[in-house]
Design a protein around this ligand. Structure first.
Ligand code: SF4
Length: 377
C-alpha cells in the first residue's frame, strides 16, 4: 500500500514573507505533544509487510522538534513498521534552529540526510524573504552538519527574488557550488495568495523579476550546476551522482506514501491509488487522532485515466523521463494509444524529446512544464 512515510511538522518560529505552507508558531506544549499524536496516527494504519524505503520530516520546521522527541518518534515508527536498512531518512532544517549539538542528536536518532533551507547567500535577500537566519548561520549550520558526520546534505535556494539581477543569481550559485552539498533544490519565487508578499507587491511590480529574466536564471542554474558535476535530474532538483532524493523520486514515480500530521497528503496504492489529505487545522487534526477517527479530506479513488495522467505529469518531471514499456506494463495499453496526438504536438514544439523507449522534457519543456503537463490532464 505504501513504502514511504512523510511526516509534516506544521510549526515555524515565524512566518516567512513568501510562505503559503501550513505552519504556525507553536506553544511549548504543542511541540512536545505533537510527536505523540503522530505515533497515534500511524498506529491507526495497517502497514502490511513492505519495509519503508524512506522517511521525510518536512514542514514547517521539523528541526524545531526536540531531538529527544524525534528520536522517540523514530523508535515508535520502527516498532510499528519495518524499515529498510538503507532507508533514506531526511530532516528539513531551518539554519536558525540548529547547532552542532542538536545536529549530533538528530544524527544519533537516525536522521541520515539533512535538507537546509538556506534560500540565499545575501543577508538583505534573507531579510526581504522574512527568514529568521543570516548567511553566517546558514554556513555554520552546513559546516556543523558536515562535522557531525552528515554525508548527504541538501540545500534550498530561491531565485527571482525582488530586485535580483542575473549577476546576483550567478553569485548565489557560485556560493552554493563552493559549499559543496550533495544536493541542491532550486525554486523560482512565486507570489502566493495570502502571503505577506501578496500584500506587498501588486502584479507587475517593478521590483518583481519578469518571466524572461526568471527563465534566464533557470537556464543559468542548469548551466553552472551541471558544469560543476551536478545532475539536473528533476525540474527543480540537482544532485551529485548517487545523491538524488530517494523520497521525492518516489513521489515522481508514483510510489505509495503515507503522510502523517497536519495537512499531510497520502497516496495509498490500492487499485489505481487513493489520494487524501489530513485536516490543515491542528485542533481538528488532534481531535480526529484522539478520537481514533481521523478525517480524510478530499479523498479521491483514482481511475485508470487519473493514474495514466499522473504517470505522465509526475514522471516527466524527471530528466530520465517516462519509459514507454513501463507505461504499457502499468496500464495494459501503449502510450501512443493514450496520448499519441499530445506527445506528437509537444515534440513538434520542442518541449519533449523521444529517444528509444523514453519520452523526456527538453530544457525548454522544463521551463514551460505547466504547459506540457496540461496536455495530460
Ligand atoms: S520556514 Fe519554511 S515553512 Fe516555515 S514559514 Fe518559512 S518558508 Fe514557510
Amino acid at each position: 500500500m505504501f513504502n514511504r512515510l512523510y511526516v509534516h511538522v506544521p510549526f515555524c518560529v515565524k512566518k516567512c514573507h513568501y510562505c503559503a505552507f501550513v505552519s504556525t508558531s507553536p506553544e511549548e506544549a504543542e511541540l512536545s505533544e505533537y510527536p505523540v499524536l503522530l505515533l497515534h496516527e500511524l498506529q491507526l494504519h495497517t502497514t502490511g509487510n513492505t519495509p519503508l524505503a524512506s522517511i521525510y520530516f518536512g514542514g514547517g520546521t521539523p528541526s524545531l522538534l526536540q531531538p529527544q522527541h524525534l528520536s522517540e518518534l523514530l523508535d515508535g515508527i520502527k516498532a510499528h513498521t519495518p524499515i529498510r536498512e538503507d532507508a533514506e531518512i531526511t530532516l528539513e532544517a531551518n539554519p536558525g534552529t540548529v547547532d552542532g549539538a542538536s545536529l549530533k542528536e538528530f544524527r544519533k536518532a537516525g536522521i541520515n540526510r539533512i535538507s537546509l533551507g538556506i534560500q540565499s547567500f545575501e543577508d538583505h535577500f534573507l531579510k526581504t524573504l522574512g527568514r529568521i537566519h543570516t548567511v553566517e548561520q546558514s554556513r555554520q549550520a552546513f559546516l556543523d552538519a558536515r562535522e557531525t558526520g552528515f554525508t548527504n546534505i541538501s540545500i534550498d535556494l530561491i531565485h527571482s527574488l525582488p530586485g535580483q539581477s542575473l549577476d546576483q543569481w550567478r553569485s548565489e550559485l557560485q556560493h552554493a557550488i563552493e559549499l559543496s552539498p550533495e544536493h541542491i533544490s532550486i525554486y523560482g519565487l512565486t507570489i502566493e495568495d495570502g502571503t505577506h508578499f501578496a500584500r506587498t507587491y501588486v502584479p507587475d511590480s517593478p521590483e518583481l523579476v519578469d518571466d524572461d529574466l526568471s527563465a534566464d536564471m533557470f537556464e543559468l542554474a542548469d548551466k553552472l550546476l551541471t558544469a560543476a558535476g551536478f545532475e539536473h535530474y528533476e525540474i527543480a532538483n540537482y544532485a551529485r551522482p548517487g545523491y538524488r532524493s530517494q523520497h521525492n523520486s518516489g513521489y515522481w514515480s508514483r510510489d505509495g506514501y503515507l503522510g502523517l500530521g497536519v495537512a499531510a497528503h497520502s497516496l495509498l496504492l490500492d487499485g489505481y491509488g487513493v489520494r487524501f489529505s489530513n485536516p490543515d487545522n491542528l485542533l481538528e487534526y488532534r481531535q480526529g487522532i484522539l478520537s481514533a477517527r481521523p478525517a480524510r479530506i478530499d479523498e479521491h479513488k483514482l481511475t485508470l485515466d487519473d493514474a495514466m495522467s499522473e504517470f505522465m505529469f509526475l514522471g516527466l518531471r524527471l530528466s530520465d523521463g517516462v519509459n514507454l514499456r513501463d507505461f504499457e506494463r502499468a496500464f495494459g495499453r501503449s502510450l501512443e494509444s493514450a496520448y499519441g496526438p499530445a506527445t506528437t504536438a509537444l515534440e513538434q514544439l520542442g518541449l519533449v524529446v523521444r529517444k528509444d523507449e523514453v519520452l523526456a522534457l527538453t530544457l525548454k519543456g522544463m521551463l514551460l512544464s505547466n504547459q506540457v503537463f496540461a496536455r495530460f490532464l
